[in-house]
Structures are given as C-alpha cells and as structure tokens.
Design a protein around this ligand. Structure first.
Ligand code: GLP
Length: 242
C-alpha cells in the first residue's frame, strides 16, 4: 500500500487527478469506479480543467459509480446521479451510454444488483477505483459490521452516516436511510484503488487504519490493506494523528 501526505485539499486533489490522467492516457477505454461526497469534488474539478485545457479525452472512458441512495429519483438534486453529472460528467466528453450509476428507484433490487456486478465484469472489471471514506471507515456504503457483503446490494445506513449526510438535506427526516452500494468484493476486484481522505474529521479513522497492522470488518476501509495495488492520498489534516 502506498501512502502519500499532501499539504492540503487542493494538493491532494491535484495528485489524485494526475494519477487518473496518467491511467486514461495509457488506456483510453479505462473503466473507472467513481465516488461521491465532498472529498472527490476537487479531483473532478482538476480533471475537468485537464479536459478543457489539455484535451484529456474521456470519449472511450467507461464509469461505474459506487452507490446511490435508495428511493431517491435520479433527478433529485441530492441524488448521486445528479451529483455526478453536476460535478463531472456534464463538463467532460464522456458518453452518456458509458456512465453507470445504481438506480435508486429499482423495484427488483436483488436482480438489479446482480446485473450491476455482471455489467462491471462485461467491461473487464474496474481499472481504477476512486474512494472517499466515511468517518466510521465505510467505503461506498459498506458500513462497519460483523459481516460484509461481497456484491452490490441494498443496505441500511448507520446513524453516524445519516448524521454526516444530513448536512446536504434541509431536514434530518429527508435523509435517506438506505442505499444501493457496490459490495466490498466488487470494490476489491478493482485493479487499482485510490482512497482520498481530507480534513480533521477524517484524522481519527485514518489513524485507526494506518497506525495498527490489522484489518477488521468494523472498519471496512482497513480491508484495503489486503489489496495488491492501493494508494492512499491524505492531506496533512487527515494525516495529523498517523
Ligand atoms: C458518503 C459516500 C461515500 C463517501 C463518504 C464520505 O457516505 N457514500 O462514498 O466516501 O460519504 O463523504 P465526504 O467525502 O463528503 O466526507
């Protein structure tokens, strides 16, 4: 596992975008695994700049998003679908048919989730998976638990996560309590994983992961230590307790 500590959010974002750009330049039909949350916004901004100013080409790139709130329509401004188009897809030349984001309105969730994983496999698997991290160590919406589900699935969000995500909603009652998420197995199958952590509120969880040589399903991100090609980029605040 490679760990980089960058001065601040913007240096972290630039480094992450550089890794993305290098991979896309090497393989134009790269399959990306993408994340939402505030952490990757700077990386997406930098990728948009690279597209506009340096011609970084997304025309053959394929993307799969990690997760989506359950029961939230794709055009809801709080949906991850909306987020991805606002923060990246509307500003680069990725083809709409190459974009995959779990559909939170689906009725037969089980069949749908199986198909989502099959679709990833059809494209040869994810080449580069971007991850943020929840304050409790969740990745995607794989929350701390005794057991973690391997494939894409419907999951209940923990109180911690609902509280953390409530900042994006007008009232706590509006915050979804369930989500469809890629499972820990879907994530670990990615050829390369890039986890970003920024800010003081991530310092404690990053220290729990990096200061001890253990893995636990109670901190899902700790399992990334078992992956052969994981890179973590933190800013100094997130790394302050490591
Ligand atoms: C949500 C997302 C995660 C993300 C996490 C952290 O729960 N499902 O993919 O990593 O939030 O978000 P932030 O980057 O805003 O701290």
């Amino acid at each position: 596992m490679q760990v980089f500590i960058e001065k601040d959010y913007s240096a972290m974002s630039e480094k992450a975008a550089q890794i993305f750009a290098n991979e896309i330049k090497q393989k134009s039909d790269l399959v990306l695994g993408l994340a939402t949350g505030s952490t990757p916004i700077g990386t997406y901004k930098e990728l948009i700049r690279m597209h506009k100013e340096e011609g970084l080409d997304f025309s053959k790139v394929v993307s799969f998003n990690l997760d989506e709130y359950y029961n939230l329509p794709p055009d809801d401004p709080q949906s991850y679908n909306y987020f991805m188009f606002e923060n990246l897809f509307n500003h680069v030349n990725i083809k709409k048919e190459n974009v995959h984001i779990p559909n939170g309105l689906v009725k037969d969730v089980e069949t749908y989730c199986k198909q989502y994983d099959e679709e990833i496999s059809k494209f040869g698997g994810i080449d580069l998976q971007l991850l943020g991290i929840g304050v409790n160590g969740h990745i995607g919406f794989n929350e701390p638990a005794e057991e973690l589900i391997l494939g894409t699935h419907l999951t209940d969000l923990t109180e911690d996560t609902i509280k953390a995500n409530s900042r994006f909603f007008d009232s706590p009652e509006q915050v979804p309590t369930k989500a469809i998420t890629m499972g820990i197995g879907s994530i670990m199958k990615a050829k390369k994983i890039l986890l970003l952590a920024s800010g003081k509120n991530k310092a404690e969880i990053m220290a729990k992961i990096l200061n001890r040589d253990v893995v636990t399903t109670k901190i899902p991100a700790s399992l990334l230590k078992l992956h052969p090609d994981t890179t973590i980029i933190m800013d100094e605040e997130a790394a302050s307790l490591c």
